[in-house]
Design a protein around this ligand. Sequence first.
Ligand code: GLN
Length: 482
Amino acid sequence: MFKYTSIQDYHTDLLNGTVLCTDAVQHFLLQIDKRSNLNAYTQVFSEEAMQKAAALDQQRKDGKPMGKLHGVVISIKDVICYKDHAISAGSKILQNFNSVYNATAVERLLAEDAIIIGVTNCDEFAMGSTNENSAHGKVLNALDETRVPGGSSGGSAVAVQAGLCMVSLGSDTGGSVRQPADFCGVVGFKPSYGRISRYGLIAYASSFDQIGIFANNVPDVAQVLEVIAGEDEFDSTAASEAVPAAAAVTTAPVKPLRIAYFREALESPALDAEIKENILALIDKLKADGHTVSPVDFEYLDYIVPAYYVLTTAESSSNLSRFDGVKYGFRADVDKKTDLTDFYKASRSGGFGWEVKRRIMLGTFVLSAGYYDAYFTKAQQVRQLLVNKTNMVFNQFDALILPTAPTTAFRIGEKMEDPIAMYLADIFTVFSNLTGIPGISIPLFWHSNGMPYGLQIMTNRFCELSLLQLSHQWIQRYRFAG
Ligand code: GLN
């Protein structure tokens, strides 16, 4: 029987001839079918994936060189364009729409021989923290089906959690990779803003959005990052900084680090007592192992969620204005005499879900004359203060640790009636998107309620290599058994 551990082990088995790419694809197709009740996938490309696997098996037989992701079975979130395949962003408004080009990340995956097995479910336009806001229905957490997987990339998290692929691409605007990884007990990585091209990623809030990676282990994350990151002529915000080599992640020596944590974060009343206790215990272990761990005052904690929601809704109200029923997807069935404004209204009212509408309205409000300075400008000022704070922190420290989320996975429906409570639960993840620094959630802990949770680690902008190195080392050393 096929058993997956890591890309490296899989490649060794392929080279030894003990396994074939077709075995891997068949295995995942079977698992996807068995766990279809989780609703992690919105599309599965069974035939295509099998054909690609067979072609790769033949290439190896013929002695052709293997791509870096040869036969690696990957799923992609329903906001990442895959040419000639349907894409919906979890929304009715993109109904029957097919991508007309590949996202740069997808182009690079395919160029290194990855097999894209399907598209994963998500909150509509990546807006949400539970994956309950999807036109394709909610996703269930595979460890407890009465709980959410987190969001917005819930399908991707569950696809990795339940063994329905090897690796998955998600997107993270305010925590949508790290928080579901935390809720599902897998690794979830968001790179620095600009590290991975956003070309072909459906925009939510363009100055925050980044493609992120879900995997079972850090070396797999590093391998995928090496392939998809880097400069791109189609996205001027994609940075030219050298991309970290995956091989350097596992070979780094363990060295003493200067680690910071935000005092107010660990003292936050929203933080579950047991999560706090376990993180404090981990801090003691880090100190005992020779690291310096120091609290840093963070006077802005109460401002980060409001600043995030003002700025991202403003950007989304502008980004989502293109969905008007004229060019793509859903078009309301209106009387021929209806004028253009009423036609737009009917298409947008019928096509968007309630959470997306709420955010478009909020964003339009904070950008409107008379309120612009009070909300949008103010939030931009907060963002600048946070960037200044980040620079100060990383002048003195190598890494910053925080909880990923204040609680473990919510019960289904628990936060649906109270959007503010849902937004406030983003308190620990939005910081890295507001400041553009990389962040990761690594699955270290188990709660007495039976659910896993992670530790969030951040480093300075473009310091992904050290972030991945220390994450790999910490998982090996501090991971608690379930
Ligand atoms: N939960 C956050 C939100 O709803 C994060 C979304 C995201 O990262 N795409 O905005």
